[in-house]
Design a protein around this ligand. Sequence first.
Ligand code: UD1
Length: 366
Amino acid sequence: MKVMSVVGARPQFVKLAAVAAAFGNMEHDHTIVHTGQHYDADLSDVFFTGLSIPEPHVHLGVGSGTHGVQTGTILAALDPVIAAAHPEWVLVYGDTNSTLAGALSAAKQHIPVAHLEAGLRSFNRRMPEEHNRVLTDHAADLLLAPTEEAVHHLAAEGLADRAVLTGDVMVDVCLRIRDKVLRDKATAVLPAFLNPQEPYLFATLHRAENTDHPDRLAALVDALASLPVPVALAAHPRLLARAEDFGIKLDHGSLHISRPLPYAELIRTVLGSRGVITDSGGLQKEAFLLERVCTTLRTETEWPETLRGGWNTLVPDPRELGSRAWPDIVLRPAPKSSRGMPYGDGKAAPRVVRALEDHMSGSQAR
Ligand code: UD1
């Protein structure tokens, strides 16, 4: 079986790590195309080296742009690559512009498309990720759903017959790296400004709806800086760029800024923390899997399972909480309730490969 993975942004590299490892033990021909959506070493190269992902076979080097330009540039650059390789599957991941462009290029060339992390919905049509995931699901032939909730969403849109519940491949990677980090405990180093004996929070902030409006960004930064414990914020380039554009100072009060963290560093920093504050989808789940409370700076989440029992909580706007409630929420104790295993057992990637094998002949018939 000839499978081409199309990836381009940081969370896709984490998912690819699990899939590439599953293909590594098999006869199949798995090639990797990197669109170049993320080009900074901190967002790309460190994931390939840190997670032992094979080098991409093709790098399109498309870089940044508006959504239309970025999606269109990837689409144009991918057409000849997919035509030359003529894979039996094009596998796209998650909800980025690279996902949608990969699905469209393949679908228009009658190459079967499989969508990993299918069926997630925020029901917020103002998010670029929501357009990307809905359109990709409807273009794809095989929908690899991480959760039962995702399967229900697909069924509600008439896509049940293309859906397969595989579990979430991010669990495979997160638990593997967690175990490695715990084994290497003796050599672990936290950033210099964090005292491992003192409680701290770990934060990230990068979504357009939080970073691209000056008032909102300033309010979120102030809310983080006012907390009574150190907040380690690993800053995405989008956050740094917008803060500079708007003249917002990031590194002040309790807030300490670092570069984006490589994956093992991220897991180590979350494990050492009292809790996480984020607008990232992946980090909400990583906090849940690592048993740290998470506060999500958004109005909704694609991962509602994390909300059960209070492991994750949505805070759309810290200003609405009043100054006393905000620290109490982010520093709340971990719930006693069991979290269950809504994201699967850490063996999703082999199930993804099996689903591709099982559905090969069916998809070729179209
Ligand atoms: C993208 C995804 C988002 C995902 C995130 C993970 C889309 C629509 N969004 O958002 O779903 O959660 O990746 O990080 O695809 N930039 C750099 N260096 C880089 C990459 C980007 O400086 O290596 C800058 C760009 O110039 C741009 C900004 O960051 O100004 C946004 O980058 P882009 O890839 O468009 O979106 P992300 O915010 O990273």
